[in-house]
Ligand binder design. Structure first.
Ligand SMILES: Cc1cc2nc3c(=O)[nH]c(=O)nc-3n(C[C@H](O)[C@H](O)[C@H](O)COP(=O)(O)O)c2cc1C
Length: 330
């Protein structure tokens, strides 16, 4: 019976099978470090264009940075041309990622119209080709992340997962929504169970896991080998500690104190500034701070203030006021 515990993905052992999902614009280095510290068994990087890597795009370099404290970490490529993706893998071979993942779920028109992301699900043969091409050049396990299907009329996650497996994939993550659905509606966990029944490689279930209870239901209803949490981790790296304690101690350790949330936001911001500089770092922090403060009293009034933050001092002042009800502690 599958459930919470260690997970082997090719040569990589995850200490637990609760995984931070890849989120463009969210799962950057500072956020991944926080989630690792909270005990995520694996953290996934934001998707990176294989083509952009081969063009040596400067912004792409920043996306590829990895911190020594965030292992194991999965690097996700998007693309559709096996040779270009192979070339990208050659170019990033000195990067310290542990798992190489391929994005087969991105719904964004700009990506789909290039035949990338979820568009790959229209062509299972190409999925097998891409995976086997990457397995040939990669010294690390290759995994894929798919959706339920491209549309409700073409649900084919099982076929795509089998194609990835025969290409040599070491695991498959399944988001139980179609491309058509984007992120709306409930994720269909039945399709995750069908994929689990069809393949021998580990299956990671994804969609609508928000706490220990829902992670347990995901394991029980699908038989999956790991659970991936994405949106519920926004502004909430603590979720990994809570889910772990739910399974390890039989009860969730409960929500963090206001003081811990405040200190976490400040560390998050410090790392953003270190990696991205103050101008970009603080602007990036605006969305995180509004997630961290969702539901706190006065947080709606505070939105405006968040969107005006331009430096560390204004961030500290605003956060201390809403989270601690006082001026920033020294
Ligand atoms: C803001 C945002 C960015 C995302 N970026 C990626 C991405 O880069 N690669 C990917 O495979 N999935 C991406 N996803 C999809 C998530 O990894 C996940 O599959 C989806 O949100 C469903 O899981 P959830 O219900 O736990 O959020 C993104 C989702 C969101 C909300």
């Amino acid at each position: 019976m599958a459930g919470y515990g260690k997970l082997q993905i090719g040569s990589v052992t995850l200490e637990n099978n609760i995984i931070l999902g890849p989120m463009a614009g969210v799962s950057d280095l500072p956020f991944r470090v926080l989630c690792s510290e909270m005990g995520a068994g694996l953290v996934c990087m934001e998707m990176v264009s294989a083509k952009a890597i081969t063009y040596r795009n400067r912004n792409t370099n920043m996306l590829l940075e990895i911190h020594e404290k965030e292992h194991p970490v999965s690097l996700q490529l998007f693309g559709s041309e096996p040779e270009i993706m192979q070339e990208a893998v050659e170019m990033i071979k000195d990067r310290a990622y542990d798992i190489l993942d391929v994005n087969m779920g991105c719904p964004v028109p700009k990506v789909v119209s290039n035949g990338e992301g979820s568009a790959l699900m229209k062509n299972p043969e190409l999925i097998e080709k891409i995976v086997s091409a990457l397995v040939r050049v990669s010294d690390r396990p290759v995994t894929v992340k798919i959706r339920k299907g491209f549309s409700e009329a073409s649900v084919n996650a099982v076929e795509c997962a089998l194609a990835a497996e025969s290409g040599g994939a070491a695991a498959v993550a399944v988001h139980g929504r179609t491309r058509e659905q984007y992120y709306s509606g409930r994720a269909d966990w039945d399709i995750i169970r069908k994929v689990k029944e069809a393949v021998r490689i580990p299956v990671i279930g994804n969609g609508d896991v928000v706490d220990g209870e829902s992670a347990k239901s995901m394991f029980e209803e699908t038989g999956c080998d790991g659970v991936m949490v994405a949106r519920a981790a926004q502004g909430n790296p603590f979720i990994f500690r809570e889910i772990r304690s739910f399974f390890e101690e039989g009860t969730s350790c409960g929500r963090p104190s206001a003081k811990e949330i405040y200190e976490t936001v400040i560390r998050h911001a410090d790392m953003q500034l270190e990696y991205k500089g103050e101008y970009i770092g603080i602007r990036e922090m605006r969305k995180h701070v509004s997630w961290y403060t969702t539901g706190m009293p006065g947080s709606a009034r505070f939105r405006n203030e968040i969107n005006q933050m331009t430096d560390m001092e204004s961030l500290k002042r605003a956060c201390a006021r809403v989270m601690l009800g006082q001026d920033p502690p020294e």
